[in-house]
Ligand binder design. Structure first.
Ligand code: ADP
Length: 598
């Protein structure tokens, strides 16, 4: 969170910096745009004004040239000259002269045409009244008298301005009068009035003589400048360009002025300023958006990185915790393994103890089993000695053969006992079920006989079956079961023990049943508990079935207890079936090698 605030602050700084840069650049761009637009517009305006000036100079010069030539031409005509002759009574031909003047004025479109006598007296003029002010006329006549072209700018009648040209009329070399033509500027001014620009003419005294704005007429130029009527056409903002374009008309010593219209310049300045500002704003906006997007990308990237780092840390912590757990687990596994090892040892010891207990149970019967043949051997040997004395060698041989058989029987029993009492191994493999049961019965039968059991029947199918197990341990299970059955049947007439086996798929089910009292229903679930016994002190310790259960479990099998419907207990052992093993390599409870699987 702290880093996010720092980033925001950093971005704010960058934004402020960029804004300042943008503002500066924008100011420069706007100023430059305005300046260049003004320059362009100004040169356009000046060019147009210059064109107007040239055209109007030509127009004005053309008009004046036309009327300049008219008085000299008229004064040379005889009909005009004739008008200056007075009749005998000294009367002038005013009527004829008037008519002529009107005709000429109409044809030339002059404002007025006048004829003056040499003394300044008006002979006639076209308009009949309002002849130009008297003070100008003598000057015009005087110049004409001198043979030159008279000229003067005058006011005519009610504020009308005109330019007059005069030429002298001579009869027989004598100056008799002058023809004066007044130029009409009405059309010129009317044409100027159509222009948006101010167009005006100043005479040599600096007074406005002609103008397309009537208010400007006959006012001194300095007066107009003072009132700002011309000065306001100066462009402000450091551009001292005068929009007052002037051309001199040399003949008349007039100045023709054209004032350029500054409106397009202002408009161009405004437009340039507006466009440049908008462009700068747009560029700023685009830059702002790009900046924002960039900031978002950076913030997201940093957030992602922070998340990744956090995750990495969590993973590292978890891994560390896991490896600690792992270590403690493996330690626990070691402890368990050691405990298991101890347990196995204890169990083996217990098995051994149970075995010794079983041996103890059987010892009386077994000793009887040895004593009987021993007694027989003694009597056979005694008799053999007697037969030897009498020289009955064939009888001796017969007795020796019997002794041999008895010794063989005792040796087998002793081998089996030795093997049974040996500590079992831990291997599991295919073992012959029939052989193991035979060996168990070899040990148990003497006790059964002593207990008055009528028969121990082993079903013939048992002989051909093989199961997965350990030879000595499985033998012990059968010894235990048969011993228990003997206990149950002891003292009961017609006692019978039946051992059967059948193959069910890949399993082999072996049953050891008797026709004793059976197990009471409430004890069925307890018979496999360690130290559970119903026998009296010194008769049972209650570990036989518990050990049998453990052994069968070790073989991957199961042992269950129950009662036969016809009475008597029935124990069922469920073991994995195995393929047959080579009988030659399967000695009965090998004297050495522990609990061989086969
Ligand atoms: P022990 O033989 O020392 O009593 P076992 O674990 O071998 O210990 O047997 C436990 C108990 O199971 C016996 O005390 C007996 O009550 C009962 N039992 C075992 N086999 C039989 C049987 N064939 N018939 C009746 N009861 C039996």
């Amino acid at each position: 969170m702290g880093s996010r605030v720092a980033i925001e602050k950093q971005f704010r700084l960058v934004r402020t910096g960029l804004f300042v840069v943008w503002a500066l650049i924008s100011a420069v761009v706007v100023a430059w745009s305005v300046r260049s637009a003004q320059h362009q517009a100004l040169s356009d305006v000046m060019q147009k004004a210059g064109e107007t000036l040239s055209v109007q100079t030509e127009v004005l010069s053309g008009v004046l040239d036309k009327y300049r030539l008219l008085p000299p031409l008229l004064s040379r005509q005889s009909s005009i000259r004739a008008l200056f002759i007075r009749d005998a009574d000294g009367n002038a031909q005013a009527l004829d002269a008037r008519r002529t003047a009107v005709e000429i004025a109409a044809m030339s479109a002059a404002m007025d045409v006048a004829f003056f006598f040499a003394n300044g007296e008006l002979l006639a003029n076209a308009r009949g009244s309002g002849v130009a002010s008297a003070e100008d006329v003598p000057a015009l006549i005087e110049v004409a008298r001198q043979g030159r072209l008279g000229r003067a700018a005058l006011s005519y009648g009610e504020g009308q301005r005109t330019y007059a040209f005069s030429s002298g009329v001579r009869r027989d070399g004598r100056f008799v009068g002058a023809v004066v033509v007044y130029v009409d500027f009405y059309r010129v001014e009317a044409a100027w009035a159509l222009s948006a620009r101010r167009i005006f003419v100043t005479d040599k005294s600096g007074t406005v003589f002609l103008a397309n704005d009537p208010a400007w007429r006959q006012r001194p130029l300095s007066d107009l400048r003072q009132t700002g009527r011309i000065d306001r056409y100066l462009i402000d903002g450091g551009f001292e360009e005068r929009l007052d374009l002037v051309r001199r008309l040399p003949l008349l010593e007039w100045d023709l002025h054209v004032l350029a219209d500054p409106a397009p310049v202002s408009a161009a300045r405004f437009n340039a300023a507006a466009i440049a500002t908008l462009a700068c704003l747009l560029a700023g906006l685009v830059a702002l958006v790009a900046l924002r997007r960039n900031e978002v990308v950076i913030i997201r990237a940093r957030a992602d990185r922070a998340t990744a780092l956090r995750l990495e840390r969590v993973v590292r912590d978890r891994t560390r915790a896991l490896s600690v757990t792992n270590r403690s687990l493996s330690h626990e596994v070691d402890v368990r393994r050691a405990a298991e090892e101890r347990l196995r040892k204890t169990q083996n010891e217990l098995v051994q103890t149970a075995k010794l207990a079983a041996l103890g149970q059987m010892s009386t019967a077994l000793s009887h089993e040895y004593n009987q043949p021993l007694a027989a051997i003694r009597s056979y040997a005694d008799n053999a000695l007697r037969f030897l004395d009498r020289g009955l060698t064939s009888e001796v041989a017969g007795n020796l053969t019997r002794i041999n058989g008895l010794v063989e029987r005792m040796a087998e029993l002793s081998r089996t006992l030795l093997s049974f009492s040996r500590k079992p191994g831990a291997t599991i493999g295919p073992v012959p079920l029939g052989t193991i049961i035979d060996e168990a019965l070899l040990l148990a039968r003497p006790r059964a006989r002593a207990a008055g059991i009528e028969e121990i029947a082993v079903a013939p199918e048992v002989a051909g079956l093989h199961v997965m197990g350990g030879r000595i341990r499985l033998g012990q299970v059968f010894v235990n079961l048969v011993n228990n059955a003997i206990d149950a049947l002891s003292g009961r007439p017609g006692g019978r023990i039946e051992i059967e086996a059948r193959r069910a798929g890949d399993r082999v089910l072996v049953t050891v049943a008797d026709n004793g009292p059976g197990i009471t229903p409430d004890q069925v679930s307890q018979v496999f508990d360690p130290f559970f016994t119903t026998k009296g002190v010194g008769e049972g310790i209650g570990i036989g079935l518990s050990i049998a259960d453990n052994i069968i479990r070790d073989f991957g099998g199961a042992i269950t207890a129950g009662n036969r419907p016809e009475g008597g207990a029935c124990f069922t052992i469920d073991l994995a079936a195995a393929a047959a093993v080579d009988p030659v390599s399967t000695p009965p409870m090998a004297p050495a090698g522990g609990d061989q699987a086969r």
